[in-house]
Design a protein around this ligand. Structure first.
Ligand code: PEP
Ligand code: MN
Length: 345
């Protein structure tokens, strides 16, 4: 961090300021110029409150030299993180498709969809058991029973499962869940993130509806600071002034996140679009832009789905999309990880 001192600051004021900074365990390098005094802060500046520093009367401006996230930062970890989950690897070079319904609705529904998506080449099964709904009167998910049904579907198909956690209290129910999803609405639920930091299980962290990419990386940092380094970032569309589409898919988030961080980055085209017909186009864009995978909603009966039917692909549409994705990945010299994992089983 570099602090620019106002030209009219008195020497004693500057010394008091320097003492205050040094008391926080940070060294200073003072450069006194003709007009400006510049103070370089050297060491661990993570504990220094940027806004507080800026508000000090003799401080003219503060510039960050380094990003505030350390564990998630590619500068600290130049190699791509490859998450090992059983036989599967997640990260650069391993393209995964997580597919399944928005919500688990019944044994037949989740079992049927799981078999279909597996057949089409998905590597993970998704399904919400605890649902964050805007209305308290809308279907809230099958909760604990939903997780049990997901585990049944996992045992039947061999597909590892991904499901969302909404409260720390529910953590004991997630024992057999392979990847825990933190939904957009909980991206900044810091107590939850801290708790997930103590697990040794991958976390799929979705970007909040109105959060910046730096905030997303800071949330990943919360998990990683606790020791859990297996975080998958997910761009799922953000709120913009556009109302024609449920959310705006921020496609530039992918190259940005992949350049700043070593963590795997995937795209959720379903929540971004809100309309099933748009999902294939956005999925193809995800491959082209270098995402490490997709999470896609698939339902056997979208018209009667209890949640997000409008954006859910039918199994046959999903199958067709998987064919396109395979072709596109092939053009880019990549392949669908599902193919390898299925043959390995
Ligand atoms: C979901 O994946 O079903 C979900 C609720 O996603 P998001 O948190 O991105 O809205
Ligand atoms: Mn959904």
């Amino acid at each position: 961090m570099v602090v620019i001192i106002k030209p009219d600051a008195k020497k004693e004021q500057v010394n008091t300021f320097l003492g205050w900074v040094r008391d926080m365990g940070v060294e200073t390098n003072v450069v006194v110029g003709k007009e400006l005094t510049i103070v370089g802060l050297i060491g661990d500046t993570t504990k220094i409150d940027f806004d507080l520093l800026r508000s000090i009367s003799i401080v003219d401006d503060v510039r960050r030299i380094q990003e505030p996230y350390k564990n998630a930062n590619r500068k600290m970890h130049p190699e791509d993180t490859i998450i090992q989950l059983g036989e599967r690897q997640i990260g650069e070079g391993f393209f995964h498709v997580i597919a399944g319904p928005c919500s688990v609705e019944s044994r037949e529904q989740i079992g049927g969809i799981a078999a279909h998506v597996k057949e089409s080449g998905a590597t993970f099964l998704r399904g919400g058991a605890f649902k964050p709904r805007t209305s308290p009167y809308a279907f809230q998910g099958m909760r604990a029973e939903g997780i049990e049904l997901l585990v049944e579907a996992k045992n039947q198909t061999g597909l590892p499962i991904v499901t969302e956690i909404m409260s720390v209290e529910h953590l004991p129910l997630f024992e057999e869940v392979d990847i825990i999803q933190v939904g957009a609405r909980n991206m900044q639920n810091f107590e939850l993130l801290k708790e997930l930091g103590h697990l040794r299980k991958p976390i799929l962290l979705k970007r909040g509806l109105a959060n910046t990419l730096e905030e997303l990386l800071m949330s990943a940092e919360y998990i990683m600071a606790g020791g859990n380094r297996d975080v998958i970032l997910c761009e799922r569309g953000i709120r913009t002034f556009e109302t024609a589409i449920r959310n705006t898919l921020d496609i530039s988030a992918i190259p940005f996140l992949k350049s700043r961080s070593h963590l795997p980055v995937i795209i959720d085209p379903s929540h971004a679009a809100g309309m099933a017909w748009m999902v294939p186009a956005l999925s193809r864009a995800a491959v082209a832009v270098g995402a490490d995978g997709l999470i896609i909603e698939v339902h056997n009966d979208p018209q009667n789905a209890l949640c997000d039917g409008a954006q859910s692909l039918r199994p046959e549409e999903f199958e067709a999309l998987m064919g396109d994705l395979r072709a596109l990945l092939g053009v880019m010299g990549k392949s669908l990880s599902a193919d390898e994992a299925v043959t390995a089983e």
